[in-house]
Design a protein around this ligand. Structure first.
Ligand code: CP3
Length: 326
């Protein structure tokens, strides 16, 4: 969860050199370097491409800016079906050529699996309609009741684009594909099935057809006990945030998919001893056996001490052994 980022001094230096966050993901050499930085520091098991889920709506024609202290902001959030129709369905190899180039470069250099990713249609729609991050994502949630057919049309279009974008990433060298559903928790379970999972299932089906064997991970922030429904879309691993107890999620999944997560990123502000205790608690919550991919439950905070992440990773390596051998 944001392995690369502002908590690393070398990332801040690279960003200053690049001039902006957007230039970092649009210039393949910078994107490669940002991807590799955390791997040079830490013994991580996988690399995730340095990019952003909002590069897709940007490629569909929406002007995007990343503002200091505010994060991503669309110049003109989507308002109606005419604006929706005006969105383009880009050819990923052309419109996102920088993503594909970065993946090919990385694949040649890496000794660990390379993860490509995209946002889910629901999470992308939330940002495109709201225009920025939000405390309540009121606009997408309102559209759902006021004009469900417009929301469905947007989600359908996004499903095609996201599936094409992920397939192109697999062709360019990604060995695992991950979908981020950071806005999952804004929907009731029934709406989650209707507005999120039905589109996720389409994407998974299309990827299983065109890229058989490639593992798919879906991270749902606010999974609210729906892990088995997510897995039923054809997902190989379900990522959850720290509010979902792993033991219960594991029981619900019943071996249908692996479980990824879920240490609270704020745990990294505790002492080294407290971090070890928190890692042990996460491992114990999942319990002995296979099928657990240790991860943070959401993105790492910018003012995290990089040394504390080293403590976390070291603790995972030491403490997880006994869980695998039991
Ligand atoms: O995990 C990784 O290291 C891969 C790269 C990655 C980024 N964003 C880099 C990034 C990934 C996978 C994302 C996904 C992403 N982007 C999501 C889904 C996951 C999540 O975090 O919920 C979302 C919702 C976005 C949109 C986005 N991009 C937001 C809300 C922000 C602002 C966050 C902040 O801290 O201000 C970004 C910016 C962003 N994307 C940063 C990074 C490293 C921080 C900007 C910077 O460091 O310069």
């Amino acid at each position: 969860m944001r392995q690369a980022g502002r908590y690393l001094p070398e990332y801040r230096r690279l960003r200053a050199e690049a001039g902006s966050f957007q230039r970092m993901y649009k210039v393949p050499d910078y994107a490669c370097e940002a991807t590799l930085q955390p791997l040079r520091r830490y013994p991580l098991d996988a690399a995730i491409l340095f990019s952003d889920i909002l590069a897709v709506p940007e490629a569909m024609g929406m002007e995007l800016n990343f503002l200091e202290g505010r994060g991503p902001v669309f110049a003109a959030p989507l308002r109606d079906s005419a604006e929706l129709r005006a969105l383009v369905e880009p050819e990923p190899e052309e419109a996102l050529d920088f993503v594909m180039q970065a993946l090919s470069l990385l694949r040649a250099e890496l000794g660990v699996p390379l993860i490509g990713f995209a946002g889910t249609p629901w999470t992308l729609a939330c940002y495109m309609l709201q225009g920025a991050g939000s405390q309540d994502f009121q606009r997408p949630r309102t559209l759902l009741y006021a004009q469900a057919e417009v929301l469905h049309a947007l989600l359908e279009r996004l499903s095609r684009v996201v599936a094409a974008c992920l397939a192109a990433q697999a062709r360019a060298g990604a060995e695992v594909l991950m979908l981020f559903d950071s806005c999952a928790g804004w929907l009731s379970p029934d709406h989650y099935r209707e507005f999120a999972l039905s589109y996720l299932a389409r994407i998974c089906r299309s990827l299983k057809d065109c890229c058989p064997g490639i593992p798919l991970i879906v991270y749902a922030r606010g999974s609210r006990g729906l892990e088995a429904d997510i897995a039923a879309c054809g997902v190989d691993a379900v990522g959850v945030d720290w509010t979902s107890p792993l033991a219960a999620a594991r029981r619900r999944l019943a071996g249908c998919a692996a479980l990824q997560g879920n240490l609270d990123p704020c745990a990294l502000f505790g002492s080294a001893q407290n971090i070890r205790v928190a890692v042990e608690a996460t491992l114990a919550d999942y319990g002995p056996g296979t099928g657990h991919v240790f991860n943070l439950g959401h993105g790492i905070h910018r003012d995290t001490d990089p040394g504390k992440l080293a403590v976390m990773i070291d603790s995972v390596h030491q403490l997880s052994r006994s869980y695998h051998s039991r």
